[in-house]
Design a protein around this ligand. Sequence first.
Ligand SMILES: Nc1ncnc2c1ncn2[C@@H]1O[C@H](COP(=O)(O)OP(=O)(O)OP(=O)(O)O)[C@@H](O)[C@H]1O
Ligand SMILES: [Mg+2]
Length: 287
Amino acid sequence: MSLIEIRGLTHVYSQGTPFEKAAVRDLDLTLERGGTVGLIGHTGSGKSTLISHLNALLKPTAGTVLLDGEDIFASKASIRAARFRVGVVFQYPEYQLFEETVYADIAYGPKNLKLDTAEIDRRVREAAAFVGLDEGVFDRSPLELSGGQKRRAAIAGVLAMEPELLVLDEPTAGLDPAGREDLLEKLFAWREARDAAVLLVTHDMTIATRCDRLVVMAEGRIVLDGTPEAVFSHGDELASIGLELPEAANIARLLRDKGAALPPSLYTVDALAEAILALWGKGGAPC
Ligand SMILES: Nc1ncnc2c1ncn2[C@@H]1O[C@H](COP(=O)(O)OP(=O)(O)OP(=O)(O)O)[C@@H](O)[C@H]1O
Ligand SMILES: [Mg+2]
């Protein structure tokens, strides 16, 4: 059985008012255990609305969200289970730190799970280590942390819940390139170590190439769903909904225009570098 099955999900904001907005429309999506799924789409396409249903923060206007085959809105207990099993890190989560100390903030979720103190402590330390947050800051107020540390503390608080599905809405937004890479690597390492599933909302196509599967949204619907290679082979369709190919693909296109005999489907820097070196090996510069 799939971990999550979304069937015919529709979400309409401000229904029955002049501001009515159908943000998600009759959408079906299945998420399996394990692996990283990238969710991409132009601004306003409905990504954040969709993910807010996965931990029962938003109630569908129509349709259902099944977690292990059970409707997450079936009962108070199923809503509570969804909140614990699906961890959602919203955009700029650092604004949601509110406890007196960093430790208490990370411990907030596990405490709600009514775990014993030793288990809470283990989880807090492990989650902090995963995101690269030094234990030296545990007794400090979250307000004293740097922007990057705050982001890490907020993410650690969700990791400490040990969710089966971790959903992150633009987790690297606003970070510099080095901080972005570091955080991504840590998240991928966490996913592997726990064998959890990750759903990553991103605007960054280079990050998208690193996912196992890509789901593309436009106007509240899923328009493409497949491996990054399969999705990026629809360059024209992506362009029509305001999405660009990863930088490596654009460079490959420019080199092809200059006469380089590069193979198709080059979407990552590694694949592009390998293809260029292969051309070099055949004698002479690629173009
Ligand atoms: N609370 C709300 N009330 C009314 N309309 C909303 C609300 N939240 C979002 N919307 C609208 O619903 C649509 C989908 O918004 P959503 O935030 O889900 O998109 P998104 O894909 O996450 O965009 P972004 O990439 O900018 O984060 C947009 O047209 C947005 O203006
Ligand atoms: Mg959003």
